[in-house]
Design a protein around this ligand. Sequence first.
Ligand SMILES: [Zn+2]
Ligand SMILES: [Zn+2]
Length: 240
Amino acid sequence: MVKFIDSLLNFIYPPACPLCGTPVSIHGELCADCWTSFEWISGAKCARCGYPFSSDWEINGVHLCPTCASGNGELDWIRSACVYDDVSRSAMLPFKHGGRIGYARFMSRAMIWSLRDIDVDADVVMPVPLARRRLFHRGYNQAALLARPIANALGVPMDYDSVRRKYRPDMGHKNARERALNIHGVFDVVHPERIRGKKILLVDDVMTTGATFSELRRTLIRAGAAAVYGVTFCRIARTV
Ligand SMILES: [Zn+2]
Ligand SMILES: [Zn+2]
């Protein structure tokens, strides 16, 4: 029956690449051309921050980039599916601000793929919270759209209301230091009993300077979280 409904739906709405409209075999999937235009992070990477980093340099048998080796990594580990460039930006902006929520399908699938080399032991998946005022204007939290399929794939619950985010004006193009100051104290744990002792996998669409993750991690650890991990669709490439 499900198969019949599926074929009926495919007949009425033939699956098409969400980015360019080329016919594909499965709803929500990218066509081969669009798929290959992204810079997927698939090779050697830092064991902690996931940054593409190919070198034989290891510390105590762990492959770490210089930033993480110097103790400046943001989370216990973080992975991203692809590099933030013109291609991923052209998908991210309509997804985040233009209501193209259907993109969550291929994005979350790529994020699950980015976790393939990790034994994920998270107890809960948490989308990076959006301030209520932003949620009201945008109508959805793009991080929550990505977090739901990831929580389902990992078989763990999603927590989207234990932490609240205060509204702060847009960070725009501020530098790393200004972003860190702007985000300081922005998160409040409203259900600490749900955080205590938990290993939490944070989900967001993009990682830029890592200031948001750092601040959220600090807030969660202070509330008693046992570990804080992260996964994003894309990340800004930094010099390591
Ligand atoms: Zn396409
Ligand atoms: Zn690193």
